[in-house]
Each structure stands twice: as C-alpha cells, then as structure tokens.
Design a protein around this ligand. Sequence first.
Ligand code: ZN
Length: 322
Amino acid sequence: MQAIVIHKIGSFSIEEVPVPLPAQQEVRVRVAVTGVCRTDLKIIEQGHRDLVLPRIPGEEVVGTVEAVGPMTDPTWLGKRVYLYPGTACGECPACQAGADNLCRSMQIMGFHRDGGFASHVVTPVKSLLTLPENLSFEEAVFAEPLSCCLNALERAELKAGERLAVWGAGPAGTLLARAARQQGAEVTVIEPDLLRRRRAGGVEALSPAERFDVAIPAVGSPEAYHQALAALAPRGRLVAFSGLHPNEASHILNINTFHYLEQRVTGAYGCAFRHGEEAIHLIASGAVQVEDLISHRLLLTELTEALDLVRTRAGMKVLLTP
Ligand SMILES: [Zn+2]
C-alpha cells in the first residue's frame, strides 16, 4: 500500500509498504479520509514528545473496517468507523478518572504506532466508534479535532453564560468557539487575518479593559499566551491548549498574578474516547457545523502542498484521501 513515512525529523517520503495485518482484538480499516492539522506539520518539521520513528503519521482518521484479526468480533466488517487515536490500558489512575489521554501506557496512532496517512491502518477494536448513517466521512473526520476542543472546554470547567476568549480562528479555534457557543458561553475570537476573522465573526484585538472567565490560545504563539493572561478575569482559567516551541514555553507565567487574582491554569492535551462519542453526536445532530471549514481536498501524495497550506494558513481544514 502507499503510505507517508517519517524516517527522520525534517522530512517524509511516499513509499510502498506492506498492508498491515490486524492482530487479536484489532481490525484493519480502509482509510476514507484523513485530516491534516498543525500537529502533523510540527511532528514532521520539529518532532514531538510522543513520536517514535520510523512512523506513518495521521491521527484524524475515518474509514471502513475491511478485515478483523483472529478471535475478533466479525460483525465489525463493513462498518463505517471513526478511530479514536489513543489506545489506553483502561486500568491506571488516569484511565479510571476518564482521562484516557493521560494513560501511563498511552499509545497514540500516528505517534507510537502507524496512523492514517496511508490507504490502510490497523487499530484496536476498543478504539472504534461506529458512524451514524447520515454522517459523511468528510464531516466525521472532524470528530478528532472537535474532541480535543471538548476536552479543553471540560478542563476549563466552562459554564453557560461565561465569557470565553479564543486566540486564532483556524480550524481548531473555530471548532472551540462553536463548541463553546453550543454550551451557552459568550465567545470572542481574536484573529489578525481578515478572512479568518470575518468567517469567525471575530475581532482584531481586544480592548484593554476586557476580561474573560476562560482564555484559550488556539495558536502556538507566546504573544497569544501573553494576551490571554492579560485578559483573564479574577478566578479566570487559562487553558494551555496549544503547545509552544520548547524555547518559548518556559517564560510565560507570573505566579503572583495567579496568587492575587486566584486564577488557574490548566493543560489540555488530546482527548478521551468519550469525547469522540460526544463529538460525533454534536456533528451528526448539526449542533456543531463542520463542513464549511473544509478548504482543500487533496490526495495523500500531495502532502507537501497540504503542509504548505497549514504552514501559511492559506486554507482552513485540509483533507487527504488515499
Ligand atoms: Zn491507563
């Protein structure tokens, strides 16, 4: 099968590799659509804490089950599925607390094991979610990024009626804003780019007096974090949703501000399995629109072009098909 393979940080190749065989309690999925996100750009160009090489990347994947491993439920065959990218143990303290994404033996598709930038991918049965019939593959592939947004809003303990500020109106920022509005929050999106700002109904900059209960940078820029901290109300919560370059990450917080204003900072990294169920429901029911965020549909072999679109922010969501 054709696959994108990263052998060393900084480059990838398009290769012919053997079609993977599912083991016990695993299935092989014929990939229908994969989403490209900033994380893919980051892992290829800079590497990532969880990346083990060589690797086929791709963590936003939907498709059809075409083979099951030995001793594995054959009724999965032919099902249209979303693949939760994590494999968690289900038993450690994090898993018991519903935070599978923090499982001590977490294995992430596209990082620890091969992902969906290929025509086929193998995944454990316990990572599968069946798609409703009315949900297209192109919409369903948003379940992964939306799940990460739901996790961030949960970590923020966002309540209806609260004010939320989101920095960046790219695909992630827009999904965050839509999910938060759906939860009854009053959302302001800060975005310098005119087209993205218009689409999101956002603002170019905040006025100095504005304060928010929750602030979420959805761009990996230290400046967004500085602005987010400055705009945080007393008892406000900052969510570290976007990672920063390691050189930039350690100079952001002033502990005394948190002391005097009783604020909190919380991280958000990935998503739990249950967020996938919720995300699929939100998309399938129309509560969170996603289709208008698709700007490009490219072939797997056009990954260079796809990554350029992500890097330059020239598009919104870029989808790949094998
Ligand atoms: Zn665990």
